[in-house]
Design a binder for this molecule. Structure first.
Ligand code: FEO
Length: 401
């Protein structure tokens, strides 16, 4: 049975949600599921904006079949060619053989690469600023390379002021009937997943997201229709501000994330003692992660969220504990920068982890390091409490700057 919702007078959400998938991109845990959004416009010509993932293909086809009600699908706009949004293209070409595909110069080679389809006489190539009319609606195309792949573009409906934003402004999380931001408590229930989605999927491409924000600021936008998560139809400034903060690598909150690795609890104790000292000093925005327990995507999200990061790790095989090493690799890959950082090492006979972690952090831009080879031997000792007090004071001072 079809299951769609109306967005504007003649625009419909025809996507769906997957609550069974464990790992998005076979990598990121999504306990709240994920939605794949697609939008169908019933104008003088019919226009579909992106398709969906295979997993909800049947629902998607039911939706557009019901809405088209015997009409043909005239155009498919492909804003993004990642398979979670384009895996139904071949099915649509079979069902609607006269359908034209609107994309840019980078879109069509990807369609051929993924699906080996013959696109002869089926494509309309657009470039930055080009417009297209479906009858009463006029669309403008804005290129958004690397948000999140090189072929990504945004489509702006000048008639109804709708921005089809591809992955931008999307989030993990299934849509549970409510599809608009004013039907949910985004700040309470969705923000953590939105941050985790942004930082892990698009975090590396902050400069490109800033370019998109500049383009968006020149438009009169009433609706933002992303490919994942809720549609925005009010309070757009809230979302745009979050994206501006994340994409400029500014901390969202002044506070401390402590991420520790610990085999037998001694490095965990070191992290806990520091956390208690920080709390005693009046720091309230504090969070602690065990890197062996928290998924690295959560650690990345909190690295973007907090102004201060404390990393604590034992020495392992002469190096850094693997889960901590993985976090550092991901932080570097995703371009996190401009944080105040402290490093705590541990080692029983040859502690090297502190120095090695410091070297890894030095590869990242704008990191201010508050420690220099701070290491305990096996466990925190009484004569090191003073050093920890000094570190606590430095963190507190820099937090209240
Ligand atoms: Fe949701 Fe970049 O795909």
């Amino acid at each position: 049975m079809h299951c769609f919702r109306k967005v504007t007078n003649d625009l419909y959400w025809v996507g769906g949600s997957d609550r069974r998938l464990e790992l998005f991109e076979n990598l990121f845990p999504i306990p709240r599921g994920v939605s794949y959004n697609s939008y169908l416009l019933l104008d003088e010509k019919t226009v579909l904006f992106d398709t969906v993932d295979n997993s909800i293909g049947r629902q998607f086809l039911d939706n557009i079949t019901a809405l088209l009600n015997g009409r043909a699908l005239d155009y498919l706009v492909v804003n993004h060619m990642e398979p979670d949004h384009c895996s139904m293209i071949a099915d649509l070409m079979l069902r609607y053989p006269d359908m034209q595909i609107i994309g840019n110069a980078k879109t069509f080679p990807m369609i051929r690469q993924f699906y080996a389809l013959n696109l002869d006489s089926k494509t309309i190539a657009v470039k930055e600023g080009d417009t297209f009319s479906s009858g009463t609606h006029t669309f403008r195309f804005l290129m958004a390379p690397m948000v999140h792949w090189p072929e990504v573009m945004l489509t702006y409906d000048e008639t109804d002021k709708v921005l089809f934003s591809a992955d931008a402004f999307g989030t993990f999380g299934a849509l549970n009937g409510a599809i608009f931001n004013d039907e949910i408590d985004f700040d309470r229930d969705w923000l953590d997943d939105a941050r985790r989605y942004y930082t892990n999927i698009v975090g590396k491409y902050g400069m490109q997201v800033q370019n998109v924000l500049k383009k968006a600021s020149a438009l009169d936008i009433r609706f933002i229709c992303p490919l994942h998560g809720p549609i925005w139809r009010n309070n757009l400034a809230y979302l745009l501000e979050k994206y501006d903060i994340w994409s400029s690598y500014r901390p969202e909150v002044k506070g401390v994330m402590i991420a520790y690795a610990s085999m037998y609890g001694n490095t965990e104790n070191l992290a806990n003692v520091l956390a208690c000292k920080l709390a005693d000093a009046g720091i309230t925005n504090l969070t602690i992660h065990d890197v062996s327990r928290s998924d690295v995507s959560e650690l990345i999200a909190d690295s973007f969220k907090y102004s201060h990061i404390v990393l604590a790790s034992p020495t392992y095989n002469g190096g850094v504990y693997p889960a901590m090493s993985n976090l550092l690799e991901d932080m570097n890959a995703l371009g996190i920068k401009n944080r105040t950082v402290a490093v705590l090492g541990n080692g029983t006979w040859a502690p090297t982890s502190a120095k090695l972690m410091e070297a890894r952090l030095a590869e990242m831009k704008g990191m201010t390091l508050l420690t220099e080879n701070f290491a305990v031997k096996s466990a925190l000792q009484d004569d090191q409490l003073e050093d920890l007090d000094e570190l606590c004071a430095k963190i507190t001072e820099t937090l209240t700057d």
